[in-house]
Design a protein around this ligand. Structure first.
Ligand code: ADP
Ligand code: MG
Length: 363
């Protein structure tokens, strides 16, 4: 059994608290990604799970077993790091076999596992090479192989692809998922890259400033971010925001800024009224803005184009509104120029509403 549970886990370094009240349940065989900006506490959380770092307060369980005081070596985990951590004077084979030799695993068994892992990672032809004779991607495969041969119940990976170029990173993402399916271990994978998180995770744990902000599937995080931080962190290009006041007229509730008036749907109007919030931060995903006027739309916004990013298949148009910036995805069929005035319209149901004071989503 390799389910993992954190209960009210906190971490202090001296007087400084770096993790706050972390609660998380990871199922057996799940692939969970911890994502957040640099310094948000991802590595620290992973090291607490690994046993490399002591938990200051709270409980950590593997299955039903409380493992707070269990040594790293007795947790049945294998780790993969960004900087590979290979022995430069050893061959690929010996690097992969090293941990098993130390555990006195029989030679024939070691050979079977190392060759099996090398096969799985397309490294069978490189077993005699030294790490310096390999590319970055191949070195990371050796590091993965060394973890795979241990046949652990849990894999912990800390930014394993950060040293690779963009093209190789995409390829290795798929490879790691394939390996994970083949070995059926539980995996906790750390990255600062939200695209990596979205494409790899069964579930994603978003972290900021030592706190778990939200846990959910990629769809849940994208469609229903719990707060403004998650909303702006997940998604490329990022969600834009308008600062609006609540205006009530008879039965309708509108959100208004200097240049936009948004007619809310009845259920949105109810949750705004129920919350009692007077200032709302309205989140708009770039693909929810349609270029041009639409009489049936719930809102229209006019702005001056600031930057146009051409991606080939489409363009990202950044335009200024109310002193801030919104971003729209626009088809190439509509050429847009910097300094041009543009008009976009949209539907209220696709907007994300946050209490401006707390950043929390209105439900
Ligand atoms: P991430 O992996 O998300 O970039 P870390 O877990 O490495 O973040 O760090 C989280 C916070 O804990 C940072 O503010 C960092 O400076 C602090 N920190 C990490 N390790 C130590 C340590 N050994 N001593 C003191 N502070 C640390
Ligand atoms: Mg880190």
């Amino acid at each position: 059994m390799a389910s993992i549970s954190l209960r009210n886990v906190a971490k202090f370094y001296g007087d400084v608290q770096v993790l706050f009240d972390c609660n998380l349940d990871i199922a057996d065989h799940e692939f969970v990604v911890l994502v957040g900006p640099s310094g948000s506490g991802k590595t620290t959380l992973l090291r607490l799970i690994s046993g490399l770092e002591h938990i200051s307060s709270g409980d950590l369980y593997f299955g039903d077993r409380r493992v707070n005081d269990v040594d790293v070596g007795d947790r049945d985990i294998a780790m993969v790091f960004q900087n590979y951590g290979l022995y430069p004077h050893m061959s690929v084979y010996d690097n992969m076999a090293f941990g098993l030799k130390r555990r006195k695993v029989p030679k024939a068994e070691i050979d079977k596992r190392v060759r099996g892992a090398a096969e799985m990672l397309n490294m069978a032809a490189y077993l005699e090479r030294r790490p310096r004779q390999l590319s970055g991607g191949q070195r990371q495969r050796v590091a993965l192989g060394r973890a795979i041969v241990r046949e652990p119940a849990v894999f912990l990976l800390d930014e394993p692809l950060s040293n690779l170029d963009a093209h190789l990173r995409v390829q290795m993402r798929a490879e790691i998922l394939r390996v994970h399916r083949a070995v059926t271990a539980t995996a906790v994978y750390v990255t600062h890259d939200q695209i990596e998180a979205m494409t790899m995770g069964d579930r994603i744990v978003v972290m900021s400033e030592g706190r778990i902000q939200q846990v959910g599937t990629p769809d849940e995080l994208y469609d229903s971010p719990a707060n403004r931080f998650v909303a702006s962190f997940i998604g490329t290009p990022a969600m834009g925001f308008l600062s609006c006041r609540v205006e009530r007229k008879d039965d309708t509730v509108n959100l208004a800024s200097d240049s936009v008036t948004i007619r809310l749907q009845p259920d949105q109007a109810r949750s705004v009224s129920r919350s009692g919030v007077e200032r709302i931060s309205v989140g708009i995903r770039p693909e929810r803005l349609s270029l041009g006027e639409d009489k049936a739309a719930d809102w229209t916004v006019r702005g001056i184009v600031d930057v146009v990013e051409m991606l080939g298949s489409e363009q990202y148009v950044h335009f200024g509104v109310d002193g801030g910036t919104l971003t729209a995805r626009v088809s190439r069929d509509h050429p847009v120029k910097v300094q041009q005035t543009v008009l976009f319209s949209g539907a209220a149901e696709h907007l994300h509403l946050f209490d401006e004071a707390t950043g929390r989503a209105l439900s």
